[in-house]
Design a protein. Structure first.
Length: 249
């Protein structure tokens, strides 16, 4: 532990696996007290135990970010328990790829509910706390898909482009409150995202594409998050695009 974030409280959504879990571990290793949020209680308990075994501190919070009421209660619980919220990592998300024609529109609703509305609900709920503290840092996990639209990922593109647009508008609104905004746009990362694709043809195409490269690890994205949030107050890292070395798009 280097304690660059000693005394800080970080909240990470989608923390039960992948980038969220890696981010929680990395932030705790820098001394932050981390509130880890997800729907899977057992996974959160395992993560918290791992953080404590490594000398860190963590608070598990079971919540669904797509439910605004649960989000409000989550923020209130973290603040009342830990006293403050300095860093928010909006990581919760799903990638339900597939052609637009013939799509299961429930997949669209799930992506918009979690990737967009969940991120906005959580941001909206934490801003009063950060403004009262006269500072904070919000990290929004977007994607390469938030920069480049591709056939077969149109609605996922919609959600991730939305994250980028929302983040930039937010940055312009809150920079005078000493609140920094960072968007991180990963390329292919070895996580559970592909496993959750419901369109079998789209899932197979994605799996075949991934076989042609060495994907990033969740720890690579966690390192970028730590880099952004440990910069001096005068430095605001607005956007980080990270692709695997072998990724062509």
């Amino acid at each position: 532990m280097t304690n660059l974030l000693q005394g800080k409280v970080a909240l990470v959504t989608g923390a039960s696996s992948g980038i969220g879990a890696a981010a929680a571990l990395a932030l705790a290793a820098e001394g932050a007290h981390v509130a880890v949020v997800a729907r899977r209680s057992e996974r959160l308990q395992e993560l918290v135990q791992h953080i404590y075994e490594q000398g860190g501190k963590a608070l598990p919070v079971v919540a669904d970010v797509a439910d605004e009421g649960q989000v409000s209660a989550m923020i209130q619980h973290v603040r009342s328990t830990l006293g403050r919220i300095d860093i928010l990592v909006n990581n919760a998300g799903v990638m339900l790829l597939g052609q637009i024609d013939g799509a299961n529109t429930e997949d669209w609703r799930r992506m918009i509910a979690i990737n967009v509305m969940g991120l906005m609900y959580t941001t909206h709920a934490v801003l009063p706390t950060m403004k009262e503290q006269h500072g904070g840092h919000i990290v929004n996990i977007s994607s390469v898909a938030g920069r480049i639209a591709r056939a077969g990922s149109g609605v996922y593109n919609v959600t991730k482009w939305g994250v980028v647009a929302f983040s930039e508008a937010l940055r312009q609104e809150v920079y005078k409150d000493n609140i920094r905004i960072t968007v991180i746009e990963p390329g292919a990362v070895a996580t559970e995202l592909v496993d959750n694709i419901t369109d079998e043809e789209a899932k197979q195409r994605q799996q075949e594409w991934l076989q042609g490269l060495t994907p990033l690890e969740s720890e690579d994205i966690a390192a970028a998050i730590v880099y952004a949030v440990t910069q001096p107050a005068r430095v605001s890292i607005n956007e980080i695009l990270i692709r695997p070395s072998q990724q062509d798009r």
